[in-house]
Design a protein around this ligand. Structure first.
Ligand SMILES: *Cc1c(COP(=O)(O)O)cnc(C)c1O
Length: 489
Protein backbone atom coordinates (compact mmCIF):
# COMPACT_ATOMS: atom_id res chain seq x y z
CA UNK A 1 0.00 0.00 0.00
CA UNK A 2 1.26 3.47 -0.89
CA UNK A 3 -0.02 6.95 -0.09
CA UNK A 4 -0.42 9.68 -2.67
CA UNK A 5 -1.97 13.11 -2.86
CA UNK A 6 -5.69 13.59 -3.44
CA UNK A 7 -4.61 15.87 -6.31
CA UNK A 8 -2.11 13.66 -8.14
CA UNK A 9 -0.72 10.14 -8.23
CA UNK A 10 2.63 11.42 -9.36
CA UNK A 11 4.53 10.99 -6.11
CA UNK A 12 3.78 8.21 -3.70
CA UNK A 13 5.14 7.63 -0.23
CA UNK A 14 4.98 4.98 2.49
CA UNK A 15 2.43 5.36 5.28
CA UNK A 16 5.23 6.36 7.67
CA UNK A 17 6.29 9.15 5.32
CA UNK A 18 2.69 10.30 4.90
CA UNK A 19 2.42 10.68 8.68
CA UNK A 20 5.74 12.53 9.05
CA UNK A 21 5.01 14.91 6.15
CA UNK A 22 1.37 15.59 7.06
CA UNK A 23 0.53 17.27 3.75
CA UNK A 24 1.53 16.29 0.21
CA UNK A 25 3.98 18.51 -1.74
CA UNK A 26 1.20 19.74 -4.07
CA UNK A 27 -0.98 20.83 -1.15
CA UNK A 28 -3.24 17.76 -1.40
CA UNK A 29 -4.00 15.32 1.39
CA UNK A 30 -2.55 11.83 1.60
CA UNK A 31 -4.78 8.86 0.77
CA UNK A 32 -3.92 5.15 0.78
CA UNK A 33 -4.08 3.10 -2.41
CA UNK A 34 -5.56 0.57 -2.39
CA UNK A 35 -8.02 1.48 0.36
CA UNK A 36 -7.37 -0.99 3.19
CA UNK A 37 -9.53 -4.00 3.92
CA UNK A 38 -10.16 -5.41 7.33
CA UNK A 39 -11.89 -8.42 8.87
CA UNK A 40 -14.23 -6.00 10.59
CA UNK A 41 -16.66 -8.59 11.89
CA UNK A 42 -13.88 -10.05 14.01
CA UNK A 43 -13.52 -6.64 15.66
CA UNK A 44 -17.08 -6.49 16.88
CA UNK A 45 -16.32 -8.36 20.07
CA UNK A 46 -12.86 -6.87 20.54
CA UNK A 47 -12.11 -4.14 23.09
CA UNK A 48 -11.23 -0.55 22.21
CA UNK A 49 -7.45 -1.07 22.27
CA UNK A 50 -7.63 -4.16 20.10
CA UNK A 51 -9.91 -2.39 17.64
CA UNK A 52 -7.74 0.74 17.54
CA UNK A 53 -4.64 -1.37 16.88
CA UNK A 54 -6.26 -3.45 14.12
CA UNK A 55 -7.57 -0.37 12.29
CA UNK A 56 -4.27 1.50 12.60
CA UNK A 57 -2.42 -1.58 11.36
CA UNK A 58 -4.68 -1.78 8.31
CA UNK A 59 -3.84 1.81 7.36
CA UNK A 60 -0.20 1.86 8.45
CA UNK A 61 0.97 -1.70 7.80
CA UNK A 62 4.68 -1.00 8.01
CA UNK A 63 4.57 0.54 11.48
CA UNK A 64 5.79 -2.14 13.87
CA UNK A 65 3.97 -3.36 16.97
CA UNK A 66 0.80 -1.31 16.80
CA UNK A 67 -0.54 -2.85 20.02
CA UNK A 68 2.34 -1.46 22.07
CA UNK A 69 1.86 1.88 20.43
CA UNK A 70 -1.83 1.95 21.32
CA UNK A 71 -0.98 1.04 24.91
CA UNK A 72 1.50 3.92 25.16
CA UNK A 73 -1.03 6.29 23.68
CA UNK A 74 -4.07 5.49 25.79
CA UNK A 75 -3.14 3.82 29.06
CA UNK A 76 -4.42 5.81 32.02
CA UNK A 77 -5.89 8.59 29.89
CA UNK A 78 -9.65 7.99 30.12
CA UNK A 79 -11.90 8.33 33.14
CA UNK A 80 -14.21 5.50 32.05
CA UNK A 81 -13.29 1.86 31.39
CA UNK A 82 -14.96 2.03 27.99
CA UNK A 83 -13.29 5.12 26.43
CA UNK A 84 -16.40 6.08 24.52
CA UNK A 85 -19.53 5.03 26.41
CA UNK A 86 -22.86 4.89 24.58
CA UNK A 87 -25.93 6.20 26.40
CA UNK A 88 -29.53 5.78 25.40
CA UNK A 89 -31.16 9.20 25.65
CA UNK A 90 -34.77 9.48 24.51
CA UNK A 91 -35.03 8.49 20.84
CA UNK A 92 -31.27 8.58 20.22
CA UNK A 93 -28.06 7.06 21.42
CA UNK A 94 -25.33 9.45 22.50
CA UNK A 95 -21.73 8.38 21.93
CA UNK A 96 -19.75 10.24 24.60
CA UNK A 97 -16.34 11.08 23.18
CA UNK A 98 -15.33 13.46 25.96
CA UNK A 99 -13.94 11.21 28.68
CA UNK A 100 -10.32 11.83 27.77
CA UNK A 101 -7.73 14.07 29.45
CA UNK A 102 -9.06 17.42 28.16
CA UNK A 103 -12.78 16.52 27.95
CA UNK A 104 -13.13 16.85 24.16
CA UNK A 105 -13.24 14.28 21.38
CA UNK A 106 -9.94 15.50 19.93
CA UNK A 107 -8.22 13.65 22.78
CA UNK A 108 -8.88 10.34 21.04
CA UNK A 109 -6.88 11.21 17.93
CA UNK A 110 -4.34 13.49 19.60
CA UNK A 111 -3.38 10.83 22.15
CA UNK A 112 -2.39 8.53 19.31
CA UNK A 113 -0.86 10.92 16.75
CA UNK A 114 2.35 11.64 18.74
CA UNK A 115 3.10 7.93 19.02
CA UNK A 116 2.37 7.33 15.34
CA UNK A 117 4.67 10.22 14.48
CA UNK A 118 7.40 8.96 16.77
CA UNK A 119 7.30 5.46 15.29
CA UNK A 120 7.10 6.81 11.74
CA UNK A 121 10.06 9.08 12.35
CA UNK A 122 12.14 6.16 13.59
CA UNK A 123 11.14 3.97 10.63
CA UNK A 124 11.90 6.61 8.01
CA UNK A 125 15.38 7.10 9.45
CA UNK A 126 14.63 10.70 10.39
CA UNK A 127 16.96 11.53 13.25
CA UNK A 128 15.98 15.12 13.87
CA UNK A 129 13.56 16.04 16.62
CA UNK A 130 9.99 16.80 15.54
CA UNK A 131 8.67 20.21 16.55
CA UNK A 132 4.91 20.58 16.30
CA UNK A 133 3.70 24.13 15.67
CA UNK A 134 0.00 24.79 16.11
CA UNK A 135 -2.21 27.86 16.03
CA UNK A 136 -5.43 27.23 17.91
CA UNK A 137 -8.74 28.83 18.69
CA UNK A 138 -9.27 26.34 21.52
CA UNK A 139 -9.74 22.60 21.65
CA UNK A 140 -7.02 21.55 19.22
CA UNK A 141 -4.23 23.30 21.12
CA UNK A 142 -5.43 21.96 24.44
CA UNK A 143 -5.69 18.34 23.30
CA UNK A 144 -2.48 18.54 21.26
CA UNK A 145 -0.42 19.84 24.19
CA UNK A 146 -1.77 17.08 26.40
CA UNK A 147 -1.18 14.43 23.74
CA UNK A 148 2.40 15.45 22.97
CA UNK A 149 3.48 16.21 26.56
CA UNK A 150 6.51 14.10 27.48
CA UNK A 151 6.46 11.97 24.32
CA UNK A 152 10.19 11.40 23.62
CA UNK A 153 11.63 12.95 20.45
CA UNK A 154 8.76 15.46 20.15
CA UNK A 155 8.25 19.07 21.10
CA UNK A 156 5.10 21.14 20.81
CA UNK A 157 4.61 24.88 20.64
CA UNK A 158 1.09 26.35 20.60
CA UNK A 159 -0.17 29.88 19.89
CA UNK A 160 -3.62 31.19 20.70
CA UNK A 161 -5.22 34.62 20.28
CA UNK A 162 -5.01 36.64 23.51
CA UNK A 163 -8.57 36.93 24.83
CA UNK A 164 -9.82 34.66 22.03
CA UNK A 165 -10.26 31.38 23.92
CA UNK A 166 -12.42 30.55 26.93
CA UNK A 167 -11.02 30.89 30.46
CA UNK A 168 -11.16 27.10 30.82
CA UNK A 169 -9.26 26.51 27.56
CA UNK A 170 -6.64 29.10 28.50
CA UNK A 171 -6.17 27.49 31.91
CA UNK A 172 -5.85 24.07 30.28
CA UNK A 173 -3.02 25.32 28.08
CA UNK A 174 -1.03 27.58 30.42
CA UNK A 175 -0.94 24.95 33.18
CA UNK A 176 0.04 22.02 30.92
CA UNK A 177 2.91 20.01 32.37
CA UNK A 178 5.80 18.47 30.44
CA UNK A 179 9.35 19.57 29.58
CA UNK A 180 8.62 19.53 25.85
CA UNK A 181 5.60 21.88 25.70
CA UNK A 182 5.35 25.65 25.38
CA UNK A 183 2.46 28.00 24.68
CA UNK A 184 1.98 31.75 24.27
CA UNK A 185 -0.94 34.10 23.84
CA UNK A 186 -0.52 36.32 20.78
CA UNK A 187 -1.72 39.92 20.47
CA UNK A 188 -4.04 39.43 17.51
CA UNK A 189 -6.82 37.12 16.34
CA UNK A 190 -6.75 33.48 15.29
CA UNK A 191 -5.93 34.31 11.67
CA UNK A 192 -2.92 36.33 12.84
CA UNK A 193 -1.69 33.32 14.83
CA UNK A 194 -2.18 31.02 11.87
CA UNK A 195 -0.45 33.39 9.46
CA UNK A 196 2.48 33.71 11.88
CA UNK A 197 2.79 29.93 12.09
CA UNK A 198 2.58 29.52 8.31
CA UNK A 199 5.40 32.03 7.87
CA UNK A 200 7.62 29.98 10.13
CA UNK A 201 6.85 26.86 8.09
CA UNK A 202 7.63 28.75 4.87
CA UNK A 203 10.95 29.97 6.28
CA UNK A 204 12.05 26.47 7.31
CA UNK A 205 14.61 25.07 7.73
CA UNK A 206 14.86 27.82 10.31
CA UNK A 207 15.83 25.48 13.10
CA UNK A 208 18.79 23.16 12.63
CA UNK A 209 18.23 19.72 14.10
CA UNK A 210 14.44 19.86 14.02
CA UNK A 211 11.68 19.04 11.55
CA UNK A 212 8.57 21.18 11.74
CA UNK A 213 5.23 19.42 11.67
CA UNK A 214 1.64 20.19 12.55
CA UNK A 215 -1.05 18.50 14.60
CA UNK A 216 -4.04 19.58 12.56
CA UNK A 217 -6.59 17.19 11.24
CA UNK A 218 -5.30 16.89 7.69
CA UNK A 219 -2.68 14.42 8.95
CA UNK A 220 -3.82 10.89 8.11
CA UNK A 221 -2.37 9.83 11.48
CA UNK A 222 -4.94 11.99 13.17
CA UNK A 223 -7.89 10.81 11.11
CA UNK A 224 -7.49 7.05 11.42
CA UNK A 225 -7.69 6.74 15.26
CA UNK A 226 -11.18 8.26 15.03
CA UNK A 227 -12.54 5.29 13.10
CA UNK A 228 -12.33 3.16 16.25
CA UNK A 229 -15.32 4.62 18.05
CA UNK A 230 -17.70 4.03 15.16
CA UNK A 231 -16.90 0.34 15.48
CA UNK A 232 -17.22 0.50 19.27
CA UNK A 233 -20.63 2.14 18.99
CA UNK A 234 -21.85 -0.49 16.55
CA UNK A 235 -20.59 -3.34 18.79
CA UNK A 236 -22.37 -1.83 21.73
CA UNK A 237 -25.68 -1.55 19.83
CA UNK A 238 -25.33 -5.18 18.74
CA UNK A 239 -24.63 -6.28 22.30
CA UNK A 240 -27.77 -4.49 23.47
CA UNK A 241 -29.89 -5.95 20.70
CA UNK A 242 -30.65 -2.45 19.41
CA UNK A 243 -29.47 -3.55 15.97
CA UNK A 244 -29.41 -6.99 14.33
CA UNK A 245 -26.15 -8.22 12.77
CA UNK A 246 -25.73 -6.42 9.44
CA UNK A 247 -28.43 -3.85 10.29
CA UNK A 248 -27.50 -0.26 9.50
CA UNK A 249 -26.99 2.57 11.96
CA UNK A 250 -27.06 6.34 11.29
CA UNK A 251 -24.62 8.76 12.88
CA UNK A 252 -25.14 12.49 13.49
CA UNK A 253 -21.83 14.34 13.69
CA UNK A 254 -21.24 17.96 14.79
CA UNK A 255 -18.89 19.02 12.02
CA UNK A 256 -16.22 21.65 11.43
CA UNK A 257 -13.14 20.50 9.56
CA UNK A 258 -14.90 17.29 8.42
CA UNK A 259 -12.41 14.98 10.17
CA UNK A 260 -14.72 13.29 12.64
CA UNK A 261 -17.47 12.55 10.13
CA UNK A 262 -14.97 11.41 7.49
CA UNK A 263 -13.75 8.77 9.94
CA UNK A 264 -17.35 7.47 9.91
CA UNK A 265 -17.20 7.30 6.11
CA UNK A 266 -13.91 5.40 6.34
CA UNK A 267 -15.64 2.97 8.73
CA UNK A 268 -18.40 2.48 6.15
CA UNK A 269 -15.86 1.86 3.39
CA UNK A 270 -14.19 -0.73 5.62
CA UNK A 271 -17.54 -2.55 5.71
CA UNK A 272 -19.25 -1.35 8.89
CA UNK A 273 -23.03 -1.15 8.29
CA UNK A 274 -23.30 2.64 8.44
CA UNK A 275 -26.50 4.14 6.99
CA UNK A 276 -26.63 7.92 6.70
CA UNK A 277 -23.94 10.23 8.05
CA UNK A 278 -25.57 13.46 9.19
CA UNK A 279 -23.25 16.41 8.74
CA UNK A 280 -24.42 18.97 11.32
CA UNK A 281 -23.12 22.55 10.99
CA UNK A 282 -23.62 25.64 13.12
CA UNK A 283 -24.41 29.07 11.62
CA UNK A 284 -21.16 28.78 9.64
CA UNK A 285 -23.00 26.44 7.34
CA UNK A 286 -20.58 25.92 4.42
CA UNK A 287 -20.82 22.14 4.60
CA UNK A 288 -24.61 22.04 4.98
CA UNK A 289 -24.97 24.40 2.02
CA UNK A 290 -22.56 22.28 0.01
CA UNK A 291 -24.58 19.13 0.63
CA UNK A 292 -27.79 20.94 -0.30
CA UNK A 293 -26.53 22.57 -3.51
CA UNK A 294 -23.30 20.90 -4.65
CA UNK A 295 -21.61 24.31 -4.44
CA UNK A 296 -18.91 24.94 -1.87
CA UNK A 297 -18.64 28.67 -1.25
CA UNK A 298 -16.31 30.13 1.33
CA UNK A 299 -17.05 33.74 0.37
CA UNK A 300 -18.88 34.73 3.54
CA UNK A 301 -18.04 36.19 6.92
CA UNK A 302 -17.01 33.83 9.69
CA UNK A 303 -19.40 34.04 12.62
CA UNK A 304 -18.55 33.44 16.23
CA UNK A 305 -20.97 30.95 17.71
CA UNK A 306 -21.56 29.03 20.94
CA UNK A 307 -19.90 26.05 19.25
CA UNK A 308 -16.51 27.68 18.52
CA UNK A 309 -14.73 24.46 17.54
CA UNK A 310 -16.98 24.30 14.47
CA UNK A 311 -16.47 27.94 13.43
CA UNK A 312 -14.76 27.30 10.14
CA UNK A 313 -15.16 28.28 6.48
CA UNK A 314 -12.64 25.97 4.86
CA UNK A 315 -13.33 22.40 5.79
CA UNK A 316 -10.06 20.70 4.84
CA UNK A 317 -11.01 17.05 5.04
CA UNK A 318 -13.87 17.47 2.61
CA UNK A 319 -11.15 17.15 -0.03
CA UNK A 320 -10.72 13.50 0.94
CA UNK A 321 -14.44 12.90 0.47
CA UNK A 322 -14.34 14.48 -3.00
CA UNK A 323 -11.50 12.13 -3.82
CA UNK A 324 -13.20 8.98 -2.54
CA UNK A 325 -16.70 9.71 -3.82
CA UNK A 326 -15.34 10.48 -7.31
CA UNK A 327 -13.64 7.10 -7.41
CA UNK A 328 -10.17 8.62 -6.92
CA UNK A 329 -10.38 11.27 -9.65
CA UNK A 330 -7.27 13.33 -8.76
CA UNK A 331 -7.61 15.64 -11.75
CA UNK A 332 -11.14 16.59 -10.74
CA UNK A 333 -10.13 17.17 -7.10
CA UNK A 334 -7.16 19.30 -8.19
CA UNK A 335 -9.34 21.45 -10.42
CA UNK A 336 -12.03 21.92 -7.71
CA UNK A 337 -9.46 22.95 -5.12
CA UNK A 338 -7.75 25.27 -7.59
CA UNK A 339 -11.10 26.91 -8.15
CA UNK A 340 -11.54 27.29 -4.37
CA UNK A 341 -8.14 28.99 -4.13
CA UNK A 342 -8.79 31.23 -7.11
CA UNK A 343 -12.46 32.12 -6.74
CA UNK A 344 -13.37 31.07 -3.22
CA UNK A 345 -15.85 28.50 -4.52
CA UNK A 346 -16.34 25.35 -6.56
CA UNK A 347 -19.31 23.41 -7.95
CA UNK A 348 -19.12 19.61 -8.20
CA UNK A 349 -20.57 17.69 -11.16
CA UNK A 350 -24.15 16.45 -10.54
CA UNK A 351 -23.16 12.77 -10.44
CA UNK A 352 -20.58 13.50 -7.71
CA UNK A 353 -23.14 15.40 -5.65
CA UNK A 354 -25.51 12.47 -6.02
CA UNK A 355 -22.85 9.98 -4.92
CA UNK A 356 -22.06 12.09 -1.85
CA UNK A 357 -25.71 12.57 -0.91
CA UNK A 358 -26.29 8.81 -0.97
CA UNK A 359 -24.12 8.62 2.17
CA UNK A 360 -24.44 12.10 3.70
CA UNK A 361 -27.24 14.40 4.74
CA UNK A 362 -26.52 18.00 5.73
CA UNK A 363 -28.28 20.34 8.12
CA UNK A 364 -27.44 23.33 10.28
CA UNK A 365 -28.81 25.34 13.17
CA UNK A 366 -28.02 28.63 14.88
CA UNK A 367 -27.20 29.22 18.57
CA UNK A 368 -30.82 29.86 19.56
CA UNK A 369 -32.03 26.59 18.01
CA UNK A 370 -29.13 24.68 19.56
CA UNK A 371 -29.93 26.14 22.98
CA UNK A 372 -33.57 25.20 22.57
CA UNK A 373 -32.52 21.62 21.86
CA UNK A 374 -30.27 21.55 24.95
CA UNK A 375 -33.12 22.89 27.09
CA UNK A 376 -35.61 20.37 25.72
CA UNK A 377 -33.32 17.34 26.02
CA UNK A 378 -32.46 18.31 29.60
CA UNK A 379 -36.14 18.78 30.52
CA UNK A 380 -37.29 15.57 28.82
CA UNK A 381 -34.39 13.25 29.57
CA UNK A 382 -32.26 14.89 32.27
CA UNK A 383 -29.29 14.71 29.90
CA UNK A 384 -26.88 17.62 29.29
CA UNK A 385 -25.62 18.40 25.77
CA UNK A 386 -22.66 20.71 25.15
CA UNK A 387 -23.30 23.37 22.44
CA UNK A 388 -21.51 21.32 19.73
CA UNK A 389 -23.42 18.15 20.51
CA UNK A 390 -26.66 20.16 20.55
CA UNK A 391 -26.05 21.01 16.87
CA UNK A 392 -25.74 17.29 16.14
CA UNK A 393 -28.89 16.44 18.08
CA UNK A 394 -30.87 19.16 16.33
CA UNK A 395 -29.92 17.71 12.93
CA UNK A 396 -30.76 14.18 14.09
CA UNK A 397 -34.21 15.21 15.34
CA UNK A 398 -35.04 17.04 12.12
CA UNK A 399 -33.77 14.20 9.96
CA UNK A 400 -36.01 11.77 11.83
CA UNK A 401 -38.97 14.06 11.43
CA UNK A 402 -38.45 14.69 7.72
CA UNK A 403 -37.51 11.19 6.57
CA UNK A 404 -39.07 8.83 9.12
CA UNK A 405 -35.90 6.75 8.78
CA UNK A 406 -36.31 4.04 11.46
CA UNK A 407 -32.65 3.03 11.69
CA UNK A 408 -31.02 3.62 15.11
CA UNK A 409 -29.45 7.08 15.42
CA UNK A 410 -26.19 7.70 17.23
CA UNK A 411 -25.35 11.34 18.05
CA UNK A 412 -21.64 11.94 18.59
CA UNK A 413 -21.05 14.01 21.76
CA UNK A 414 -17.84 15.89 21.05
CA UNK A 415 -17.28 17.87 24.25
CA UNK A 416 -18.22 17.75 27.91
CA UNK A 417 -20.94 20.29 28.80
CA UNK A 418 -18.58 21.47 31.56
CA UNK A 419 -16.19 22.89 28.96
CA UNK A 420 -18.86 25.40 27.91
CA UNK A 421 -20.73 25.98 31.18
CA UNK A 422 -22.05 29.46 30.36
CA UNK A 423 -23.81 28.49 27.15
CA UNK A 424 -25.18 25.29 28.70
CA UNK A 425 -26.52 27.09 31.78
CA UNK A 426 -28.12 29.69 29.53
CA UNK A 427 -29.84 26.96 27.56
CA UNK A 428 -31.29 25.15 30.57
CA UNK A 429 -32.31 28.35 32.36
CA UNK A 430 -29.65 28.00 35.05
CA UNK A 431 -28.49 31.64 35.16
CA UNK A 432 -25.17 32.65 33.67
CA UNK A 433 -23.76 34.84 36.47
CA UNK A 434 -20.19 34.39 37.71
CA UNK A 435 -17.00 33.27 36.01
CA UNK A 436 -16.58 29.90 34.30
CA UNK A 437 -15.51 28.22 37.52
CA UNK A 438 -18.62 29.35 39.36
CA UNK A 439 -20.69 28.31 36.34
CA UNK A 440 -19.17 24.82 36.38
CA UNK A 441 -20.12 24.43 40.01
CA UNK A 442 -23.67 25.58 39.39
CA UNK A 443 -23.98 23.25 36.42
CA UNK A 444 -22.80 20.40 38.62
CA UNK A 445 -25.32 21.28 41.33
CA UNK A 446 -28.22 21.50 38.86
CA UNK A 447 -27.37 18.33 36.92
CA UNK A 448 -26.03 16.19 39.75
CA UNK A 449 -23.01 15.37 37.56
CA UNK A 450 -19.48 15.75 38.90
CA UNK A 451 -17.17 18.30 37.22
CA UNK A 452 -14.64 16.22 35.20
CA UNK A 453 -11.51 15.83 37.34
CA UNK A 454 -9.16 17.45 34.82
CA UNK A 455 -11.32 20.59 34.76
CA UNK A 456 -11.90 20.70 38.52
CA UNK A 457 -8.14 20.55 39.17
CA UNK A 458 -7.28 23.41 36.83
CA UNK A 459 -8.10 26.23 39.16
CA UNK A 460 -5.45 25.25 41.69
CA UNK A 461 -2.70 24.66 39.14
CA UNK A 462 -0.04 27.33 38.64
CA UNK A 463 0.21 28.98 35.22
CA UNK A 464 3.52 27.94 33.66
CA UNK A 465 3.14 30.06 30.53
CA UNK A 466 1.36 33.32 31.34
CA UNK A 467 3.18 35.26 28.59
CA UNK A 468 1.61 37.36 25.83
CA UNK A 469 3.75 38.09 22.76
CA UNK A 470 3.55 40.14 19.58
CA UNK A 471 3.07 38.42 16.23
CA UNK A 472 6.50 39.65 15.17
CA UNK A 473 8.01 37.67 18.05
CA UNK A 474 6.73 34.25 16.91
CA UNK A 475 9.90 33.16 15.07
CA UNK A 476 12.17 34.13 17.96
CA UNK A 477 9.85 32.46 20.45
CA UNK A 478 9.98 29.22 18.46
CA UNK A 479 13.75 29.45 17.99
CA UNK A 480 14.29 29.93 21.73
CA UNK A 481 12.14 26.88 22.45
CA UNK A 482 13.91 24.83 19.77
CA UNK A 483 17.25 25.67 21.35
CA UNK A 484 15.98 24.89 24.83
CA UNK A 485 16.26 28.52 26.00
CA UNK A 486 13.93 30.35 28.36
CA UNK A 487 11.48 33.01 27.16
CA UNK A 488 11.81 35.89 27.74
CA UNK A 489 15.59 35.40 27.65
C1 LIG B 1 -13.08 19.92 16.61
C2 LIG B 1 -14.43 19.79 17.18
C3 LIG B 1 -15.55 19.53 16.36
C4 LIG B 1 -15.46 19.41 14.85
O1 LIG B 1 -14.79 18.26 14.44
P1 LIG B 1 -14.19 18.15 12.93
O2 LIG B 1 -13.44 16.89 12.90
O3 LIG B 1 -13.30 19.36 12.78
O4 LIG B 1 -15.34 18.20 12.01
C5 LIG B 1 -16.80 19.38 16.97
N1 LIG B 1 -16.94 19.52 18.30
C6 LIG B 1 -15.90 19.77 19.12
C7 LIG B 1 -16.14 19.92 20.58
C8 LIG B 1 -14.61 19.92 18.59
O5 LIG B 1 -13.58 20.18 19.42
Amino acid sequence: MRYHSTRSREFSVSSAEAIVRGIAPDGGLYMPEPFPTLDWQALLCAGAKETAAAIAHAFFPELADMRALVRSAYTGKFDTENWTPLREVGECYVLELFHGPTSAFKDIALSMLPWLLRRSRAQTGEEREILILTATSGDTGVAAMRGFADVPGMKICVFYPDGGVSAVQRAQMVTQEGANVRVAAVRGNFDDCQTGVKRIFAAAPALPGTVLSSANSINIGRLVPQITYYFQAYSELLARGAVQPGGEVNFAVPTGNFGDILAGYFAKRLGLPVGRLLCASNANRVNADFLATGVYDRRRTLRRTDSPSMDILVSSNLERLLYMASGGDCALVASLLASLAREGRYAVPPELKEAICADFWGDWCDDAQGAQTTGRVFRDNGYLLDPHTAVGWTAAARYREQTGDPRPMVVLATASPFKFPGAVLGAIGGGMAGDEWAQMERLSAISGLPIPANLARLREKAARFPGVIDIADLPRFVAAFGEGKAWPA
